[in-house]
Ligand binder design. Structure first.
Ligand SMILES: Cc1cc2nc3c(=O)[nH]c(=O)nc-3n(C[C@H](O)[C@H](O)[C@H](O)COP(=O)(O)OP(=O)(O)OC[C@H]3O[C@@H](n4cnc5c(N)ncnc54)[C@H](O)[C@@H]3O)c2cc1C
Ligand code: FES
Length: 255
C-alpha cells in the first residue's frame, strides 16, 4: 500500500472534552487512499526533541477535501506539543500506515473503549449501507462525548461507564454477551485497552463470531524497521503491529 510523507496544514485543533482534542489537517495524498483502521505517524517539530513520531489513528477522512481528522488525548510531551498547533501551521505527517479493518459482514458490531473509539468513527461511516451498532465504554460521563461523533452513523448506540454516570455501570465486556444473545451480529470490530480486547476476543470465540481487533503498541519507526512494536502471534511468529496490523483477526493474537 502506497504511503507518503507530507507537510500537512492544520485546519482545526480544538478541545472536544477535557484533555481530548480534534485535529483536522489537509493531507490530500493520504486522505485519498486511507482506509478505516489505518493510522498516521506525526513528527511534531523540526528539533530533535521529541525525536520519535507519534502514531494516531485516522478517525475520519474526506477524500474530496483532502482532509484527515485525528482525535487525541493529551498524555505526555508529544501530545502536549500537539495542543499548541494553530490553523495554518504544518505538521510532518506520514501515512496511511498499517492495515485497516476488513469490511465483511452485514450486521457489524463495533466495540470501543476510551480513545479506541477514534478509528471506529471512520469504520462506522464505511458501513453506511448496512449500519453498524456500537458498544462504547469509558470511565465516566465526561469521557463519553463519543455519541455526538457517531450521531447519524450508528443507529444503535450502547454505552457503559465504569462509574455508572451514564449508560450501564460496568465494562463493555460485561454487556457484550447480552447483546450477542439478543441480536445476530455477524462480525465484531474492537479497539481499546488490551484487557478489553482480550475479553472481546474470548467472547467472540465463545459465540463463534469473526472478530477483528486493533492493537496499540509503543512505536518508533512505524514502517516495520525497528521491531519495537511486536506482539506475540498464535502461529509462533511475532507480529509487527505497525505493518502487519494494527488490525488483526482476534485468533491471530496470542493473548
Ligand atoms: C496504531 C496506534 C494508533 C493510535 N491512535 C490514537 C488515537 O487515535 N488517539 C490517541 O489519543 N492516541 C492514539 N494512540 C496512542 C498515542 O500514540 C499516544 O498516546 C501518544 O504517542 C503519546 O505520545 P506523548 O508524547 O504524548 O506521550 P509520551 O508518554 O511522552 O510518549 C513517549 C513515547 O511513547 C509512545 N507512546 C506513549 N503512549 C503510547 C501508546 N498508548 N501507544 C503507542 N505509543 C505510545 C510515544 O509515541 C512516544 O514515542 C495510538 C497508538 C497507536 C500505536
Ligand atoms: S514501529 Fe518499528 S517495526 Fe513497528
Amino acid at each position: 500500500m502506497a504511503k507518503t510523507c507530507v507537510l500537512a496544514q492544520i485546519i482545526e485543533n480544538s478541545v472536544i472534552a477535557g484533555d481530548v482534542f480534534k485535529l483536522i489537517v489537509t493531507a490530500p495524498a493520504i486522505a485519498g487512499i486511507a482506509r478505516p483502521g489505518q493510522f498516521v505517524h506525526l513528527r511534531l517539530t523540526d528539533q530533535l526533541d521529541p525525536l520519535l513520531r507519534r502514531p494516531l489513528s485516522i478517525a475520519d477522512c474526506h477524500a474530496a477535501n483532502g482532509t484527515l481528522t485525528l482525535i487525541y488525548r493529551v498524555v505526555g510531551r508529544g501530545t502536549m506539543l500537539m495542543t499548541k498547533l494553530q490553523p495554518g501551521d504544518t505538521v510532518d505527517c506520514m501515512g496511511p500506515l498499517g492495515n485497516g479493518f476488513t469490511l465483511t459482514g452485514q450486521r457489524p458490531l463495533l466495540v470501543g473503549g476510551g480513545m479506541g473509539l477514534a478509528p471506529l468513527v471512520m469504520l462506522a461511516k464505511a458501513f453506511c449501507s448496512r449500519p453498524a451498532t456500537i458498544l462504547m465504554g469509558g470511565r465516566n460521563e465526561q469521557e463519553l462525548f463519543w455519541p455526538n461523533m457517531y450521531a447519524g452513523v450508528c443507529p444503535n448506540i450502547h454505552i457503559t461507564t465504569d462509574d455508572g454516570s451514564i449508560g450501564y455501570r460496568g465494562f463493555t465486556i460485561d454487556v457484550l454477551p447480552g447483546l450477542l444473545e439478543k441480536e445476530k451480529f455477524d462480525v465484531i470490530y474492537a479497539c481499546g485497552p488490551h484487557v478489553m480486547l482480550q475479553g472481546v476476543a474470548a467472547i467472540a470465540a465463545k459465540y463463534k463470531i469473526p472478530c477483528q481487533v486493533s492493537l496499540e503498541e509503543y512505536m518508533a519507526c512505524g514502517v516495520g524497521a525497528c521491531l519495537s512494536c511486536t506482539c506475540a502471534g498464535t502461529s509462533g511468529k511475532r507480529h509487527k503491529v505497525c505493518t502487519d496490523g494494527p488490525v488483526f483477526w482476534a485468533e491471530e493474537v496470542a493473548w
